[in-house]
Each structure stands twice: as structure tokens, then as C-alpha cells.
Design a protein around this ligand. Structure first.
Ligand code: BG6
Length: 523
């Protein structure tokens, strides 16, 4: 790639970035945890993708920071190798070369003052070589326990202090705390070193086009809003079902479980987008105000009520796509008596004028029948039934399905006359499939988030109150489940199934049923 082409300014930038109109300014991105998993699997390929569409400016610099005794040269080779493995063997050599020329490495121990003094000197030296620099992005791809100490060091050394003309920003990965108390403490620690607008709490779900579309679909169409309330909607089901297990992350997952791993962050992101009030404008302040308001309206149940509102599960041995799969307790690094949930489902009530009485059912789990992240908005049945259905199973209500992954589509289902001499109803649907994303199969979902951080757009990042509201929602569950084993002993669902029976019972008690995971034909 020619140097001038790789320069992120100019026409290509504005066309390719669509709504993101601002160009990325010169900046230096430091990754803490540069030798780790997240960096090689997601961050480097995403940075590559941004470079490939000329989104990054010529004066972009990447500085890896980790404990390994590596040199600049070694890290450049490492970046090239990881890109070939995690972006793809056909990665464009000229893009890799462009990136490698801008890549540096600094060794350091996160616990040592000297490491941060060295980092400061290195950053200043790199910036001296580069005219017009001073903007800094720090990406913490590190274990949660390092977040507050690193932020404190960045503040002590003043590397992260903004000095008028330059911005200094910090991206933090989930998990953001371990529970409500630790999340509040972490927010407090961070806010004592940084201004809130320097803190970018990332949720990679928000980077997905189909997730961003939830707001666009709702608020760029007139026909949706009049339907979007308790008058017409019966229940909403939000599912994040995974086929994968814990993928070698037992150390983390044993302490986290499905609830902490998915609900306060990803599931709350989806919940807030599907149920929030229209924002005053599509700006970070207004959008995030409404997302926080929505979570604040979600009823916080009592610990003693948890069994009424939530269930948990853990997978046992089973089979997925014809392959035998071991149970969670047999996974490497998992306690053979583990009480950690790999599945959870809960009913959330939104106590506001729009949603009062409409249950929002959330479920997420590992080793389920298939990968399926979706939101189903299920409408009420017509007040009178005029026509018989051709098949009784066809008597489904109107449903608006947002398929978020693995396919991205919006599907509206409805009753239509079955052809023939009788007047019978069939259940049919209209479909919109999203066109392939800008990066095709190579997109990692971090591209837009990195870009937005570099241009100072916080709209897709979670504010402190959002994170705290998310934790408040699950706090009673965590407390109730901490030491008590589940009523139906673990394992209580087979790998490859749709989850524990208790999750079906949770809905059946209220005259509802999960849709979409157990029965392919639903789709
Ligand atoms: C991560 C969780 O945040 O999200 C993982 O830690 C989970 O356990 C993953 O598998 C799901 O993300 P995606 O984008 O693959 O659906």
C-alpha cells in the first residue's frame, strides 16, 4: 500500500466511514497486554482493517506494552505473524508493512513505577519524532485487577493528563468489576484520576452493525414507534446462545459464570437499545441518557424473589452437530464440583409508562443447540380470532425478529391466507438481510469502536451509571446463587440442547414460551 494511500485523510475516509464523518487525527495507541489473547485475536486484525480502508492517519503509532523481553523488531514480526493467523493468510502485505513501520514495543511490569516512568519517556520520544502528535489512546487489554492500578500510574506520570490541545483516552474491557460494589469502586478510582469523557468502557456488542441498527430501525421509521409499547407487545425475548464452551478460559469463567459474563454488559446493551425512549438527538449524551434511564426503570428484585424471576443452568455431556461434547465440570481447569452457571435466564420488568406489565425475558448460555443472538418482539394476538389456521402450530402471533448473529436480518412474521378454496391462515414472514459488512468475514466488531474512540465519539461506549445499573439488575441473582446450589442439581441441561427445563417453566408459568432456539422450524 502506498504511503499516501494509507494516509487516513481525504475522500476515501469520509465515504468509507459513512456516518462517522470525522477523520482520525494523528495519535499514538498504547496497548497494555500487547502479548495477550485479545490483542492478537481482535485488536490487531481490527487495526489492520482500519489501516486497510485508509482510516488511520499516516501519523498513527502503535506501541505494545507488556512484560515480555521483546524488542521493536520482535514485536513487528509478531504483529505480522498474528495478522496472518487471525486476520487471514491472504492479509495484504502492504497493509501489514504500513502497520509494522508504525509499530513499537516497550517492556514493563504493570506493578512497577519504573515501568511507567519508562513508558512516559518512550511515548514522549516517539511523539518528538512525529510532528503534530500528542493525542494518546491507552487500551487496557488486561486482567480486571490491573485496571485501577494502571489508570493510577497513568495519572501519576501525567501521561494521560490532557493538556489543552491534545486528547488522552482510556479504553477498558469488560468485565468492569465483579459485582455492583466493585464496579462502583472502580468507577470511583477511575474518576479520581480521569474525567468521565476520557473513559471508554467498551462493549464489543455495541460494535456490531446489527446492534447499532436497533436504534436506527426504531428511530428512523415512523411505522415502528406506534407499535412499541405495552398496548401491542406481549413479551420480548433476548437470546444470546452460544455453541462454544469456555474455550480455555476456565480460570476466568469459573469466577464469572454466565450472569456476570454476559448480562450487566452485553444483554443490558441489547435491552437498553430495544426498550429505551427516543433520544433528543443521536448524540452520545442524549443516547446514553436514555439507555441509562431505561436500565434505571428495570425493576430490581429482592434476593428472596430470585427463584420467581430467574433460573440458572450448567451443561452436562451431550452432542452438538453430531460431535460428542463433555460436560462443563469435565472441562480443563474447571472444578469437578463446580457450581458455576453456564446458562441463565431471567424475567426483567421495566417499570415505566411504555412497558409496565410486558415481560422482557433474557437468556444466555454456552454449549447450546446453536449460535443465536437475537431479539424477538412478540406482539399480542388479535382481539378476536376470525380465521382458523391451516395448522394449529401456525397460530403464532406477529413477531419482529432481530437476528444479530450469526446472520443479520430483520424478519416480520404475520398471518396470510393459505392458497386454496378455504379461508385458512398460514404463518408467513417478510425478511430483510443486512448486506455484507464493510470488512466482510474479516470484521471483528472493534473497528468502529476504535475509530470512534480516536475521533472522540463516546456514543457506543458505556457510561459509569450504565455499568452500575447493569450490575444492580443482577446483584440479587449473584447474591442468591453465591453459595446455594441450584434447585435442580447441576448439570441440568445437556450440551446441544436449548437449556434447562427450568427456563421453559419460568415462561410457562406466565403463559409464554421461548421461541427460536429449540425448534429450527420456528425460524
Ligand atoms: C464475551 C464473553 O464478552 O462475549 C464470552 O466473555 C462470549 O464468554 C462472548 O463468548 C460472546 O461474544 P460474541 O460476539 O462472540 O457473541
Amino acid at each position: 500500500m502506498a504511503e499516501e494511500q494509507a494516509n487516513g485523510n481525504g475522500a476515501a475516509n469520509s465515504i468509507l466511514n459513512g456516518a462517522a464523518e470525522k477523520a482520525v487525527p494523528p495519535c499514538l495507541m498504547t496497548i497494555f497486554g500487547a502479548s495477550g489473547d485479545l490483542t492478537k485475536r481482535l485488536l490487531l486484525p481490527s487495526i489492520y482493517n482500519l489501516a486497510a480502508i485508509h482510516d488511520l492517519p499516516d501519523a498513527f503509532r502503535l506501541l505494545g506494552f507488556a512484560m515480555e523481553e521483546w524488542t521493536d523488531e520482535f514485536f513487528r514480526d509478531y504483529v505480522g505473524q498474528q495478522l496472518k493467523q487471525f486476520w487471514g493468510a491472504d492479509a495484504d502485505a502492504s497493509v501489514i508493512d504500513w502497520l509494522q513501520k508504525r509499530t513499537f514495543y516497550q517492556k514493563g511490569n504493570f506493578g512497577e513505577d519504573a515501568a511507567f516512568d519508562g513508558l512516559k519517556a518512550r511515548i514522549e520520544a516517539l511523539e518528538k519524532e512525529q510532528e503534530g502528535e500528542g493525542n494518546r489512546l491507552f487500551y487496557l487489554a488486561v486482567a480486571p485487577s490491573f485496571i485501577a492500578p494502571i489508570a493510577a500510574q497513568l495519572s501519576r506520570t501525567t501521561i494521560i493528563c490532557e493538556d489543552g490541545s491534545c486528547w488522552r483516552r482510556l479504553i477498558i474491557e469488560k468485565p468492569f468489576g465483579h459485582d455492583l460494589e466493585s464496579a462502583i469502586a472502580l468507577n470511583h478510582d477511575l474518576q479520581s484520576s480521569l474525567k468521565e469523557n476520557q473513559i471508554y468502557r467498551i462493549d464489543h456488542f455495541a460494535g456490531k452493525d446489527a446492534v447499532q441498527d436497533l436504534a436506527v430501525f426504531r428511530f428512523s421509521n415512523t411505522i415502528i414507534e406506534p407499535l412499541w409499547n405495552r398496548g401491542l407487545i406481549d413479551n420480548v425475548q433476548i437470546t444470546a446462545a452460544e455453541v462454544v464452551g469456555v474455550e480455555g478460559r476456565a480460570g476466568y469463567y469459573e469466577k464469572s459464570g454466565a450472569t456476570r459474563d454476559m448480562v450487566p454488559n452485553h444483554m443490558c446493551e441489547l435491552l437498553s437499545l430495544v426498550a429505551m425512549e427516543p433520544p433528543v438527538s443521536f448524540t452520545a449524551e442524549h443516547m446514553r441518557d436514555k439507555q441509562v434511564d431505561l436500565l434505571a426503570s428495570a425493576r430490581k428484585i429482592k434476593v428472596s424473589e430470585v427463584d420467581k424471576y430467574a433460573v440458572r443452568g450448567q451443561y452436562g455431556a451431550g452432542s452438538i452437530n453430531g460431535q460428542s461434547v463433555a460436560g462443563y465440570r469435565q472441562d480443563k481447569g474447571v472444578d469437578p464440583n463446580s457450581n458455576t452457571e453456564t446458562y441463565m435466564a431471567m424475567r426483567v420488568d421495566i417499570d415505566n409508562w411504555r412497558w409496565s406489565g410486558v415481560p422482557f425475558y433474557l437468556r444466555t448460555g454456552k454449549r447450546l443447540a446453536r449460535q443465536q443472538t437475537e431479539i424477538r418482539v412478540i406482539f399480542r394476538q388479535p382481539p378476536a380470532r376470525l380465521f382458523p389456521n391451516r395448522k394449529e402450530s401456525n397460530r403464532a402471533p406477529n413477531t419482529l425478529l432481530f437476528n444479530l448473529q450469526p446472520t443479520q436480518e430483520i424478519r416480520l412474521s404475520f398471518g396470510a391466507k393459505a392458497p386454496g378454496m378455504t379461508t385458512l391462515v398460514d404463518h408467513e414472514s417478510m425478511d430483510f438481510k443486512f448486506p455484507a459488512g464493510q470488512f466482510g468475514d474479516h470484521g471483528k466488531g472493534y473497528e468502529r469502536l476504535l475509530h470512534d474512540c480516536m475521533i472522540g465519539n463516546t456514543i457506543l461506549f458505556q457510561r459509569a451509571e450504565f455499568v452500575e445499573q447493569g450490575w444492580s439488575l443482577v446483584e440479587p441473582l449473584l447474591e442468591a446463587w453465591e453459595n446455594a446450589p441450584a434447585a435442580d442439581p447441576f448439570p441440568n441441561y445437556a450440551a446441544g440442547s436449548a437449556g434447562p427445563k427450568a427456563a421453559d417453566d419460568l415462561l410457562a408459568r406466565e403463559g409464554h414460551a421461548w421461541q427460536g432456539l429449540a425448534d429450527e422450524a420456528d425460524d
